[in-house]
Structure formats: structure tokens, C-alpha cells
Design a protein around this ligand. Sequence first.
Ligand code: NAP
Ligand code: MG
Length: 484
Amino acid sequence: MSTPQPQTTPRRYQLFIDGQFVDAESSKTFATPNPATGETFAEVAEADKADVDKAVAAARKAFEGKWSKMSARDRGRLLYKLSQLIERDAAQLAELETRDNGKPIKESTYIDLPGVVENFEYFAGWSTKIEGETIPVPGQMFNYTLREPVGVCGQIIPWNFPLLMAAWKLAPALAAGNTVVLKPAEQTPVTALELAKLIQEAGFPEGVVNIVTGYGETAGAALASHKDIDKIAFTGSTEVGKLIAKAAAENLTKVSLELGGKAPNVIFADADIDQAVNGAMMGIFFNQGQVCCAGSRIFVEEKVKDEFLGRFKEKAEKVKVGDPMDKATLMGPQVSAEQLNRIKSWSPQLDPQFQNGYFFQPTIFSDVDNKMRVAQEEIFGPVSSVITFKDDDELIQKANDTIYGLSAGIWTQNITRAHRFAKAIKAGVVWINTYNMMNAASPFGGYKQSGYGREMGKHALDLYTQVKSVWVDLSGKPIGWFGK
Ligand code: NAP
Ligand code: MG
């Protein structure tokens, strides 16, 4: 295991409100550690209700003012400019992401940052393509719709893909003409505030994007329950998702939720086993297993269980866990001591090479029954459960026997079986002979308790627009119902 290098002096960050970098009203700050060393990586301003109020007021002013007067083309150009600035600074942003989150530099460089650029670029193009319709109504009437922005959006994001989650949220909201107050996760506040610098440089009007770093229970809750927020978008745990939905219900704020998962990744005997083993690895060990769509329940057809397990184990043992700044590292530390301890509670007998960082080794539980807690609860770490099945019917029943429904994978050479599975599984995303594929143009979101709403693709625009129906009488005559 390569050893992470010691920390230099902590970086310092302020909140981004109304186009300015400012301290919290309380002057409070909090420390965010580098998960590879446990040392403080940055000291960040801690927003509370007072700061959230300021940020919402700034977003409201921007929404009612400059931003809604700007042409769609100019909005798109700003988003495109931002995507180019991110691309320019990608190497530096990838390094900051790795130091704040612990994910391998190979991932932040080749997956996170390109995804961020792609999302801003993709939604930049949508700005000029959000259109209403004309409706063929009877009589001498003209009826058309306007597709308008929702207004001020509160967005709360998790720590597993910090900058990428910010991009998934900000890009469609801004393309559709909304203004935003974004709250990053306390574990990973740094790259969102770096993004704020680029938002400033790109020339977005003041108050269009506001970033309030702080804790969920204070800043997050203040945002979710705010009376002047028109929409709240959340990604994170199902537990907190329910709190958000309750807080939003009080003001009937519109909500979209992207929550947890316990995805089935299914291996049939007729699969190419090499591909399936690689797919199982990608499903559960990518990003230290801290992925909402992680293939944490690996269903294997009984006939090939021994062959699959042997090869899966062998490969898992070879995963290079260590310093995330090392280009050869495939797994870095978990994001926080809290997450590490949560994962260790599932597997206390395994004592990982702990050092000072939050490291945990790839872990496989075999002979799991789908009813066990380990197969039902989201662990959010590199811990997989291998479950066997005999035939398609048993598989579908077990695969759907979960409160979640975010994603699913299947490995088979039989196309009929693959598509039958894709139809029968209750999940928002299905991967056939692949896993974790995503693109800014393709929708992503959950069934059941994995949430509601779809992010990315044109479907994301539904979350950030509302439809107004306009009627025009072309006859020039009185309605007549109550007489002339
Ligand atoms: P979490 O609490 O759901 O955090 C997600 C976001 O919600 C963070 O920005 C968090 O802020 C904020 N938040 C927390 N409590 C809030 C509240 N009462 N009101 C408003 N916002 C609130 O997730 P976590 O505690 O970091 O991780 C716990 C578990 O969640 C993980 O083990 C995993 O199972 C799941 N998870 C899922 C995803 C996903 O992509 N679906 C992502 C991350 C975690 P703070 O971080 O500042 O508290
Ligand atoms: Mg939390």
C-alpha cells in the first residue's frame, strides 16, 4: 500500500452569496479532513439559517431581475463558458476533489471532471431549446403553453461525487432560467466553492448561484423548510430524503429526490464470465463502493457460483488500495471516519490497514440470503453480498424484493432474457452486459424508495420548468354564457 503524503497548511474558503465570497454571519468555520491522512485539508465557513436567508434573498432578487431578462442564448453561452473554464482547470479541480473526498486521482481525472464538463456543455445547448406548444383546441380559440422556470431552487448534494453532483443539479436548473442556493455535503465542500470562482469568472450575474457550505441539520434543514424556495432537489440517503419531503410538504415546495439503492447485479451461467467478473468489480468497488447505484447484491446462477466466486475473490484481493494521489491506486479511503465505522460495523472481523486514513479493503460476503440485513440495507462501502438463484422467475422475485429501485445490471448472452429482465425489474436504470454507464443525455433516477424525478437528459428539464397554458379568443365576440 502506498503511503499518502503529509498535509500542507489548510486551505480556507468562504461562502458564495450574491456574487461575493463572505464569512458566515456567525463567523463560524468547520474543518474538512483529507480522508487519506485524517489531517485538516480545508477550513470552510459554516453557514446557518441566517446565511441561508441571505442566499435565498439574493437568489430571489436575481430571479426577478437580471437573470429572467437575459436571453436564452446568453444563458446558454454562460453555461458553455463555464464548461470551458472547468475544462481549463480540470487537473487542479481533480486533485482538490481527491484530497477532499479520497477518491483515486484516476477517477476524479477520467470520470468526475469529464462528467462535470459534459453536463454543463450538454445543458448549455438546452437553454435555447426549451419550448412551449400550440394545442389544437376547438372553436375560434388559440391556446399555447409557455415553459417557464420554477424560480428559486434549493439543492442539497452528497459527498460521493461532490463536483459531479453539483453539475447534475446546477446545469439543468440554470439552463431553464432558475436561480440556485446549493448546499454541498459537510465532508466535501471544497470543489463547489472552487466552482463558485469559475462562476464568477464566467460572468454569471450576482445571486444566480449561491453556495452555502455547512451542516445538514442546520443549513440543509433551513433550506429545505424555507418559505421562499420554489423547488428543492436532494441527493443523499433515503432517511434524509424523507425529512426533506416532510419539510417541503409544509410549504408545498416542489421536490425531487435521488436516494439510496441496493442494486441487483445479475450473472447468468450463459454470461461471458470474464466480463461479468469485471462488471461485478465495477459495480461494487468503484469509488470505494460509495455509489447510490452500486451493484451491492450480486445474484449468481447456482451452476456458475463456484467459478464466479473464485475469480471474483482473486480479482478483489488484487485491487490496489492506497494513496489516492497515486495514479495506479484503484481504491482510496472511505470519505470519513464516520462512514468507515459504519462499514466496519458490518464486518468487524476484518481489520483493514487503517493507518491514519479511513481505508477499508474490498469485502465479499458469499452464501447470503436476500432476506438478510446485509442484502437489504444500503452499506455504501466496498462490501458485496453474493446470492444464488436457480431460474429467471426466482431471480426476478428476489431482485425486486427490496425497498429500493435505482438501478440493476444483468450479464447474459441471451438477448430475450436480458430484455425480459429489463422490463420486469423495478429500477430506473438497467445495464445489460455493462455497469455504471452514464451520460448527460441519458436520464437517471429511482423507482420506489430510491426517489422521484429524473436527472440528466431532457427529463431533467421537467424538474426545473413549469407549464403555463395561455388562451386567446380570436372571435372578437363576448362569451355570451350570461347573455350579451
Ligand atoms: P445524508 O445525511 O443523506 O447527506 C446528504 C446531504 O443531505 C448532505 O448535504 C447533508 O448535509 C444533507 N443533510 C443531512 N441532514 C439533513 C437535514 N436534516 N436537512 C437537510 N439536509 C440534510 O448522507 P450521509 O449522512 O452523508 O451518508 C449517510 C448514508 O447516506 C450513507 O451511508 C449512504 O447510505 C447514503 N448516501 C447516499 C447517497 C446517494 O447518492 N444516494 C449519497 C451519500 C450518502 P451534511 O453532509 O452536511 O450533513
Ligand atoms: Mg450527514
